[in-house]
Every structure is written in C-alpha cells, then in structure tokens.
Design a protein around this ligand. Structure first.
Ligand code: ADP
Ligand code: ZN
Ligand code: ZN
Length: 727
C-alpha cells in the first residue's frame, strides 16, 4: 500500500499538520507531490495538496485506520512550489497550510480549481477515419459547419455561426463531437516582443544588461530616478523568455504604476498576466491559470505575485526594492526579497533588485559580495537631478511666520503658478504627532540609550502621559521646557494633508488644488482619477502623502515642496533615517523630468540632520556608508537579525508576568549557547485595543532562529521574523 501526506487547504489553524492517507491501486501512477486530491475528512470531502509520497506509517497507526483518497484533481502545484512552501513555513515559523495557501489564490482552491476550458467541436470521422454520407447533412447551416470543421480542427464554440440545435443535431448523428480544451496554452515564446523596441539602448543600459545576464548572483541595480531601469527590465525579461522561461516583475503597488503597465502591454499583448486589486475573484483565478499554463510569459503585480505558478522560472525583478510593501504584515510575515532568493536557489533563476535608494540590507549584501552591485549614476539624456533647497523652519518661527508654508516656498509656488507649471506638495504622515520636538531649536526627545526618538504615550487611567523608548523600555515624563533652549514650545508635531490644502487654498486662491491621501483615494478607482486629472493639467497643485512619492513620471512638474521632512525621523524605528532619505530622494525624483531643471524645497526643523543633508545632495553613497556604521555600532540589522513576537492579554499584570517567564527561558537559551543577544518587551504602538493589551517582545541576535531549536512560542504568540516595524 502507498501512503501519502496531504495538507488540507481549509481553515488555517485548524489543520496545520499534514494528514496521512492511502492511495488506491488505480490512482497510484497519478500520485505526485503537489497534486490536488479530494480526501475524506470527518464524513465530508475536503480538498488537499500532496506534500509527501511513499511515507512510512507511524508505528502507532494501524493500516486499517488510514482512509484512502477519493480522487486526484487536474490542478497541481509543481515540486518547486511545494519545496518553497516548506522553506517558508520553516523560516517564518508558520504552518505548511498557511504557506501553501500563499501559492494558491483563495478563488482557485475554493472550487474554481479547474483549469478554465472552452468548448470546441470537431468532426468525428477525423478520429474514426470514416466518411460523411451526403444524405446525413441537411440544409445550408449544417453544410457550413461541416466545411468549417473540415478546414479547421477543434473549432471553438464562439467561432461557429449556428444555433445550438443545429450543432446538437449533428452531434446526435455522430458526425460532430464536442470536446473541451484549455483556454490558456503556452504560445511560441519566439514571437515576443510583439512590436519593435521603442528605445535604442544607451551605452550604460547595454552594459548593465550584459552584466546582469552573466551574473550568477542576485543583482542590486542601483539606478537614480529616471535612469532608465524599466527598459533594462524589459530586455532582461525578454532574454529569459527567449529561452522558453517565464518572468515575474514586482512593483510596490500596481495602481501607482499605470505607465509601466501600459509600456509592457505593448510588448506582450494579452500574454501579460496582471494582478491588481480591482480583479474579481474569477478574473484573479484566470490570471493565475495564464501563468500556470505558460500562456503568459510575464506576470506583473505586487508582493504576492512572487508566488505566481511559473513552470519554468527565468527571472524575478523587484522594482523599487526599498519599498516597505515588500514585507507582508500578516501571517506569514515574509519578506519578498527573501522569497526571491529562495526561488533563485530552487530554479536557478535570476533575481534583480532595482532602486534609486536601495535598502541598507541590500546594499550591505552587495558590499560583502552576496549580491552583484550595478550602478546607473545618470539620468537618460543626462537630465540634471533637481536642486534641493533646505528651509529652516526654526527661522520662520522666529520671524513670526506661523504658516506651514515658509516664505521661500510661498514665493516659489507663486512663480511656478505664474509660469503655468505644476507643483507637488508632499506631506509625510507616518508617525505623526507621536514625537516631541522643540519649535524654537529643533531639539527632539530621544532615548539616551538607543538613539531613536521617544514616543509620547497618552496616560492610561490615572497615569500621566509618558515618553517611551520602544527599543529598551526606557520611560520618563515629558519635559515642559526644552532642555536645550528652555523654550516652552516643545510639543508633538504633525501636519495633515487637509490642513495643507486649506492653507494652500488661502494663500494661492487662483490655484486649482487636488489632494491625494487615504480619504480621497479610498474609492474603487483609487488614485487613478486624481493621477489622470493632474497629468492632463486640470490641476496646478497636487497635495499628497506617500502615494505621490512613488514612480510617477510627470513632465510638467517643476516644483516640489516637502512640507515637514522631519516627521519621518520621529518614527521610533532604527530605520527612520533610511526611510527619510528614501522618501526625500523619491519625492525629489518626481520633478525635473521635462525640459526644465526641477526644484525641491524641503522644510525642516533639523536642517543639519545628516539624512536630510545627504538626501539634498543626492549622495546615497555617503549616506549608506555612514548609516551602516551607525547600525553596526548599535548592532541593528543587517548586523543582527530580529524576531518580533506580539502577545495579547486582557489582564495586564498577568500578561507581564507571562512574558517575563518566557523571556527568562529565551535568555537562558542564548546564554547556554554563549551567544550575544538582546531581548526587549514593550507595549505596542497602540498598547490597548478593545480592552486587550498588546505587547511586543523583540529579540535581536546574529542568529535568533536558534531559540526555535529549544523553545516553542506559547499559544497565541504571533511571530514576525525580520520585522519591518519594530514597534
Ligand atoms: P527609472 O525607472 O530608472 O526611474 P525610467 O525607466 O522611468 O527610469 O526612464 C526614464 C525615462 O527615460 C522614461 O521616460 C523612459 O521612457 C526614457 N528612456 C528609457 N530608456 C531610454 C532610451 N534608451 N532612450 C531614450 N529614452 C529612454
Ligand atoms: Zn529648544
Ligand atoms: Zn532606548
């Protein structure tokens, strides 16, 4: 008897471990790892995936207790996908069920499992080698059908111009038969690209493409904004396709990259699989099958598309690889870069990470030789990068200008409006109103031990408000006067898009203003209508949050105002410098793409902060070197690795005690193994929700995974390996 292990695709959490089934003789030859199976489960039939075959029965299981599978579905995952799921479950400490479900869209496993098929007709005599007797065919319609089917085998239903009844009568006579054919089949990949290239490669592009194609390592493609990375992606993708392989192109958010999608559509026509949030369930399943069948040699989408079911993967590309959306923030908490590396290892496929401001983790890997580093230091057509001017908001305050627009920015906006040029005003909304800054001198409340900003916690119950460090737990009362300059104007800062819009409306009454933030883009259409209206010149000023920072290519934007750059620095996170540097660079990159040199006005209370200064100078090298030194000194990633646990409870003292006990166990594990480590527990950013308390336990060590060799997280502890947010 053959025994197999099956993962049930039902609710995760309920069936996390594989179940053992037997295989009836007649199904044995069809059994393979990755195939879908129907199995009996508690008097019902459930759908599962085979994860092991030819397993030995455990001693305590008697063979007659093991139930046989019912049948095997036509649906399957390939062995590489199964192996990937196992590696993810292992590294990210999740169940195989959860990681397998990453590979199969819900719509596919919830019943639409089957490959989409179309009904076709063909003549039976082609198969039986007999002739049609003329007396059997009646009327013109029937004759036409016979002629069509004689000329063209397997004609799809849609191409036959006759009623169902006419066809049915031919079927009943045994002349015609109905067959089902997959809608999506693999075309000849030699036909791509479907049109000739729009651009002739520049020398830089050509060289980089050669370097990529000969690389055996993942490639970090560091190209400044507007340096022509997209064209490089296109050519590398086509090289893989020429070899009969498939390509995955990932973007941070598909709604924000309409230009890029349109560009690729021209070269692939319908053979481009596209995943975006507006797809219906059925459409999503169809896109999945386009990749599965090979119909689509290229698939584009955000994060989860890294799991697209390629059958012969040639290349994976992460565009804007520094974006935080590449980390999944629910279980399994995977990092897309890491999955790309796993795929590279499994398929021998290429991995390309492209950005104008690479993640420091990626830069570090390039430095130590794990990645190949390639650089595009110039814009296409040698366009200059915009000039960034830093405006010191402390001066404005002293000059009694209490507006959120400095005089400098106001003047520049008026100039550009007079010239009929467009303006983007960027408002950073992350970490708003949680940091405490002195309006007079720019002093920021920081932890004396960790060099991250302290966060203002409103008091709970009778407690007073407090400033808390989320790295070491340090806490104290807020200062009433600035410790540097004794000013009473020390308070939490933050500016919202709405306020900027109101004030801009007052200062520039003649300007047509549009706002892009969570409120205005939460409709089904999302950002696109605003994007199009601004692009078509219906507005003069676009006010927006993070979403205006990414990938947009507007030729007529000549001025960008960054309303309050420091906000980014106040995220109590060791990545805040990096994040701010990236944001300033990305936002700046949105202007000066036309004929005139762009201008950026950056307003800040900390004009001499090194992240702000280096970003204004467009000096990534200097920034990354210094920031890496800082990380090394304090032992932050990439010089250590983090695992974050989230623990929830309704009884605070009990919760604290529970965490303390577990912490001690964890400390012991590191101590016994003679390893350096740091374990910190602190309340979460929102410490209390719906009467439940949220705590984080953050572990920092070179190889924190060692704990799992000796310890299992208690029930209810949520595990985030390599977290992107530490609070
Ligand atoms: P990046 O992704 O590096 O920011 P893009 O790919 O958006 O840069 O390219 C910037 C601009 O240069 C685009 O408008 C693109 O069409 C154009 N471009 C790219 N390659 C070439 C080329 N070889 N010749 C002319 N224009 C090009
Ligand atoms: Zn001060
Ligand atoms: Zn601290």
């Amino acid at each position: 008897m053959t025994y197999i292990q099956v993962i049930i695709l039902k609710r995760a959490g309920e069936f996390d471990d594989p179940l053992t089934y037997s295989v009836p003789k007649e199904l044995e030859s069809e059994c393979a790892v990755g195939k879908g199976v129907h199995v009996p489960l508690r008097n019902r039939t459930a759908l599962g995936i085979i994860t092991e075959i030819d397993v030995k029965l455990a001693k305590d299981i008697s063979p007659d207790k093991v139930k046989p599978i019912k049948d095997i579905t036509s649906f399957y995952l390939n062995e590489k996908q199964i192996e990937l799921a196992k590696r993810i479950a292992d590294y990210y400490r999740t169940s195989l069920t959860r990681s397998l479900r990453l590979m199969i869209p819900t719509q596919v496993w919830k019943g639409k499992l089957g490959e989409p098929e179309k009904i076709c007709y063909q003549l039976t005599h082609r198969r039986r080698d007999s002739r049609i007797s003329p007396s059997e065919v009646r009327g013109i319609k029937q004759k036409e059908i016979i002629e069509l089917l004689t000329a063209q085998d397997e004609t799809p239903e849609s191409e036959i111009n006759a009623s169902k009844a006419t066809i049915r009568s031919l079927i009943e006579k045994g002349i015609v038969e109905e067959i089902k054919k997959p809608i999506y089949t693999k075309p000849d990949y030699a036909q791509f690209p479907l049109k000739s290239f729009e651009h002739k490669l520049t020398g830089d592009q050509g060289e980089n493409i050669e370097q990529i194609l000969c690389s055996t390592k993942p490639v970090l493609l560091h190209g400044i904004t507007g340096s022509g990375k997209t064209e490089i992606y296109l050519r590398v993708i086509l090289e893989a396709i020429k070899q009969g392989k498939q390509a995955i192109l990932l973007v941070p958010e598909i709604a924000l990259t309409p230009q890029m999608i349109d560009y690729f559509k021209d070269y692939f026509g319908p053979h481009l699989a596209l995943f975006h949030s507006k797809l219906s369930n059925g459409q999503r399943a169809a896109e999945w099958w386009k990749v599965h069948s090979g119909y689509a040699p290229l698939v584009i989408g955000s994060r989860s598309v890294i799991f697209a079911p390629a059958q012969n993967l040639g290349v994976v590309i992460l565009d804007e690889e520094h974006e935080w959306t590449y980390k999944q923030e629910s279980s399994p908490y995977y990092q897309t870069h890491h999955i790309g590396e796993m795929l590279s290892d499994l398929w021998g496929s290429q991995l390309i990470l492209g950005s104008a401001t690479p993640r420091l983790e990626s830069m570090y890997k390039a430095k130590i030789g794990d990645y190949k580093y390639l650089h595009l230091p110039e814009r296409i057509n040698k366009q200059e990068l915009p000039k960034v001017e830093i405006v010191d908001l402390r001066d404005e305050f002293k000059q009694k200008n209490f507006s959120i627009f400095s005089r400098n920015l106001q003047n520049k906006i008026k100039e550009r409006l007079a010239n009929k040029e467009q303006i983007i005003l960027f408002v950073n909304q992350r970490g708003v109103a949680r940091a405490v800054v002195c309006r007079d001198c720019g002093y920021t409340e920081e932890c004396p031990h960790c060099e991250v900003s302290l966060k203002l916690h409103r008091g709970m119950g009778r407690k007073e408000s407090a400033l808390v460090c989320h790295y070491c737990g340090y806490a104290r009362r807020p200062n009433l006067l600035c410790p540097e300059c004794k000013s009473p104007h020390i308070k939490h800062v933050g500016v919202g898009t709405q306020r900027v819009e109101e004030e801009a409306g007052r200062l520039f009454p003649e300007a047509r203003i549009i706002r892009a933030d969570k409120d205005t883009t939460s409709t089904k259409e999302g950002f696109e209508p605003i994007y199009n209206a601004f692009k078509n010149g219906q507005y003069d000023i676009l006010i927006g949050t993070q979403m205006v920072a990414k990938g947009l290519d507007f030729k007529s934007v000549s001025l960008i105002g960054i309303i309050l750059a420091d906000i980014g620095l106040h995220i109590p996170d060791f990545r805040s410098h990096e994040r701010l540097f990236q944001l300033i660079t990305q936002v700046s990159g949105r202007c000066g793409r036309g004929d005139s040199v762009g201008q950026v006005v950056l307003q800040t209370y900390q004009p001499d902060h090194f992240a702000i200064e280096r970003a204004a100078e467009h000096d990534y090298q200097n920034f990354s070197e210094n920031e890496l030194k800082f990380r090394e000194k304090l032992g932050y990633p990439p010089f250590s690795n983090l695992i974050k646990f989230t623990v929830v409870g309704s009884d605070l003292p009990k919760l604290r005690k529970h965490i303390k006990i577990e912490e001690e166990t964890l400390e012991d594990i590191f101590k016994i193994n003679n390893l350096k480590f740091k374990i910190v527990s602190a309340p979460a950013m929102i410490p209390k929700m719906a009467n439940r308390y949220y705590y984080h336990v953050l572990i920092r060590a070179k190889k924190p995974h060692i704990i799992f060799d000796h310890w299992k997280p208690p029930k209810g502890w949520r595990v985030d390996v390599d977290p992107i947010h530490t609070t």
